[in-house]
Design a protein around this ligand. Structure first.
Ligand code: G3P
Ligand code: CA
Length: 244
């Protein structure tokens, strides 16, 4: 049986600026045994960790990641939107991130957010990671298949909002390892079906503690959460509860 993975979603992003070293280290410190992050490439082809396609929400300026060079992008402060104490946080590159967090006993969920960046990502995973610690995920089916063709030894996960029998068949035939449903619409019935089909199950969009508790009861293999400390506490409570 594989170990449950508490993935700090964009790091401990409830408490620190998402997708920054401050958030990643805080998540680890809070007991997360995994980190989830988002990958895009800059105009000059450097894979970086950023969720939105532009900088608006985080910095107030509308520049798009794909239009900025790495030097231009890393000049932005992406910390102070979350509090003055985080001023000066910069967008990390994937390479810096792997340098800090690969081979540290953490699971890494790397989400492909842009199309056609598989060629830029694969050599870095090959250089820094052991296959067992990585799952590459996406909401973009074509990106996931392209990545699988490039690195079949790395596990992949499909991020989705819709379940169907066709999807189960397509995932099996594509050799996808993990199914990542939206926690708020995940049902016992689909849980059983995806289990029976042999997939690892790791919900996302776990917005509050009651949804988190429901996912734990269902017996998922992991979750991405903005508050890994609360997930750790809930898991301990579950574990310590007397069996009646
Ligand atoms: O864990 C998957 C989750 O990160 C997908 O949604 O929008 O946060 O990238 P999003
Ligand atoms: Ca993500």
């Amino acid at each position: 049986m594989t170990e449950f993975v508490n993935y700090a979603h964009r790091g401990a992003s409830a408490y620190a600026p998402e997708n920054t070293f401050a958030a990643f280290y805080l998540g680890w410190q809070m007991g997360a045994n995994g980190i989830e992050t988002d990958i895009q490439c800059t105009r000059d082809g450097v894979p970086v960790l950023f969720h939105d396609s532009d900088m608006k929400r985080i910095t107030g300026t509308a520049a798009r990641i794909c239009d900025l060079t790495y030097d231009e992008l890393t000049a932005y402060d992406v910390g102070s939107y979350k509090g003055e104490q985080f001023r000066g946080e910069r967008v990390p590159s994937l390479e810096e991130f792997l340098h800090h967090f690969a081979c540290k006993g953490l699971q890494l969920a790397l989400e492909i957010k842009q199309r056609n960046i598989e060629d830029a990502i694969a050599p870095l995973i090959r250089k820094y990671c052991i296959p067992e610690e990585v799952v590459v995920t996406s909401f973009q089916w074509d990106s996931l298949l392209a990545f699988r063709r490039k690195m079949p030894e790395i596990r992949t996960g499909w991020l989705s909002r819709n379940e169907s029998e066709e999807l189960v068949a397509a995932m099996k035939s594509a050799g996808i390892w993990q199914y990542c449903p939206n926690a708020s619409t995940w049902t016992d019935g689909w849980h059983q079906r995806f289990r029976e089909a042999g997939f690892s199950i790791r919900p996302w969009g776990v917005k509050d503690e009651s949804l988190m508790a429901r996912m734990l009861e269902m017996g998922v293999d992991g979750m991405t959460v903005n508050f890994p400390d609360k997930l750790e506490a809930a898991r301990k409570t579950c574990h310590d509860a007397p069996k009646l």
